[in-house]
Structure formats: C-alpha cells, structure tokens
Design a protein around this ligand. Structure first.
Ligand SMILES: [Mg+2]
Length: 306
C-alpha cells in the first residue's frame, strides 16, 4: 500500500521529462512529506485525544461506589426543607398527644418516653457525607472525632420536645444501638444539649443484643411508657425485626392507630431496617455496585405485571 506522498511522486514521473521532473519531484516530495508529516501528527494527536477521552470516561464510570447510592437521600436530609417540616410535624404531633394524655391522666406517675438517638434526636448526615466525598470507610478515629465535634447537628424539634416532656415530669430513657462503650462520649453530648435525664442509668446502649426489646422491657418494668420515638421501626416493636418488606407493611398497617400517638416516627431515607429489607438482610458489603443496583431494580414496582 502506497503512502500519500509515494502516490504523488509516482504520478509525476509519468508526466514530465526526467531532468525537469526530477527537480519538481524533489520539491513535491518535500512538500508531500511535510503534508504527510502534518497529517500524521494530526492523526496521532486526535488518536491520543480520543484515547484520553475514553480513559477519562472509563475512570468516571468506575469512580462511583455503593455509597454514592445514598447521595440523594443525604441531600434530602441536609437540604430539603420538606425534611425539616416532617421532623417538626413529628415532634408537634408528639407534643399534642403528650398534652392530651397528661390532661386525661393527671394523677399518673412514673410516666416515661423511650427515644432512639441517631436520626431521631442527633443528625449524623455529615459523617455519612464524608464517606461519599472521600470514598473512604469511616474509621473509629473519624467517628470519635465526629462525636467530639462541638455543636453537633440535631434533628429539628427533637431537643425542644424532650425538654418539654421532661418539664412535665415525664422520664426520658435513651435506648440506642450505639455500642455500650460509646455511653461516656454520648452522655457528654446529651448533657451539652441540656437533655432531660441525661445520665448513664437512663442510657441503654447495645452490648451484645441488636434487638432493643429486652431493653424496652427493662424500662417497662418500672415505668408506664407513654411514647416511643425513632427513625427505624425496630425502635418501636420486635415484630418489625428482620422481616421482609411485605411483613413490615402488614405489621405497620395492623398498628395504624398507634402512629402519631404512642409511636412517633422520624424520616430517615439514608439507612435503616427498610434498607436491609431491600436486600433480604443479606450482607450488602459483599455485593458490587452493579449487583446492588440489579437487586434494587428487581424490588422496584413499575407498571408491568409481575
Ligand atoms: Mg436511629
């Protein structure tokens, strides 16, 4: 196969006498070589450009991690005024119900409220956001730094509601699935927030049992629990624990008269048992991003019959 300047030289030798043509041929060859050299450079530059573009595209697509699936949920928690409104709505409802109950039972003693902490009173969205931004797992040191941060964000309306309930003589118990070793640092946080009954005797954190049921029962032995607050249905009753989606729905429906009364639910679109139910309580850490997306799409309901 002839290269471009070789074709040009071949045509010239057939049209002109040898002596005249030699000079012309040399000139044309030089020009043709320059032209070829220029075109070759152009081709090389374009090829390198295309390769670099494809490489960037490939890198971009592989930069996404499973944590990025939580991006919209976190933004909802951090930026949607609707999220704040839902929180205020929950605590306003709680206050209305508490007032009604106290009015109807003025003589009742040993009344208590059980509250969860994370995403019920304390807002941890920033530490989850760090995971997305840095692409790194949250280490124990990161978590400790976070807990010691001054002015930790709180769920709108939560602190005020607990202070109100405390002022009415209702005892507050903090049942959290934070590790029991986290009691001292969390106690400092609760005290800084001036939350009522902020004392280790009222903080029932997780030791070996993920279920909160036995801790709730401990409180109920001596107190009349009039209200429970949480962002996860496991914060309310054992019936929700490790159940598939349809059973969680059925249990929620069977308790429909309790929501907004004895049970006050806070929105959490970032994590919770609802998320574990999506993956049938499988160990999601072992799944790739593609596998997760495939499983999530399989759960999604669309207009087709299934
Ligand atoms: Mg929680």
């Amino acid at each position: 196969m002839l290269l471009p300047y070789e074709c040009f030289a071949d045509a010239c030798t057939q049209s002109f006498s040898l002596c005249v043509c030699r000079k012309v041929i040399i000139c044309k060859l030089i020009k043709a070589k320059k032209l070829y050299s220029y075109q070759l450079k152009k081709i090389i530059i374009i090829t390198i450009g295309l390769f670099a573009f494809q490489l960037t595209q490939a890198q971009d697509s592989t930069q996404f991690s499973s944590e990025d699936l939580k991006l919209y949920s976190l933004l909802f928690q951090q930026t949607a005024a609707e999220y704040r409104a839902l929180c205020y709505q929950a605590f306003n409802t709680a206050r209305t119900h508490l007032d009604e109950m106290l009015k109807q039972n003025p003589q009742k003693k040993n009344l208590a409220i059980i509250t969860d902490l994370d995403e019920t009173i304390l807002d941890n969205s920033e530490i989850f956001a760090q995971k997305i931004i840095t692409g790194k797992e949250i280490s124990y040191a990161d978590w400790q730094r976070w807990l010691n941060k001054p002015n930790l964000p709180t769920v709108p309306g939560g602190v005020e509601f607990l202070q109100y309930a405390g002022s009415k003589g209702v005892h507050i118990f903090y049942i959290s699935n934070r590790d029991v070793r986290g009691v001292p640092v969390t106690l400092t946080i609760l005290q800084k927030l001036r939350l009522p009954d902020a004392d280790t005797s009222n903080m029932l954190f997780m030791s070996d049992d993920f279920s909160k049921e036995s801790r709730r029962q401990t409180v109920m032995k001596n107190y009349d629990v009039v209200m429970l607050l949480g962002d996860n249905l496991d914060d309310f009753m054992q019936v929700f624990e490790s159940r598939p989606i349809n059973e969680r729905f059925a249990a929620t429906d069977s308790l429909k008269n309790e929501w907004g009364k004895k049970f006050i639910v806070l929105p959490n679109a970032v994590y919770g048992e609802w998320e574990n139910a999506l993956f049938d309580y499988e160990d999601v850490d072992s799944l790739s991003l593609e596998q997760k997306i495939e499983k999530l799409k399989a759960v999604l309901k669309d207009t087709r019959d299934k």
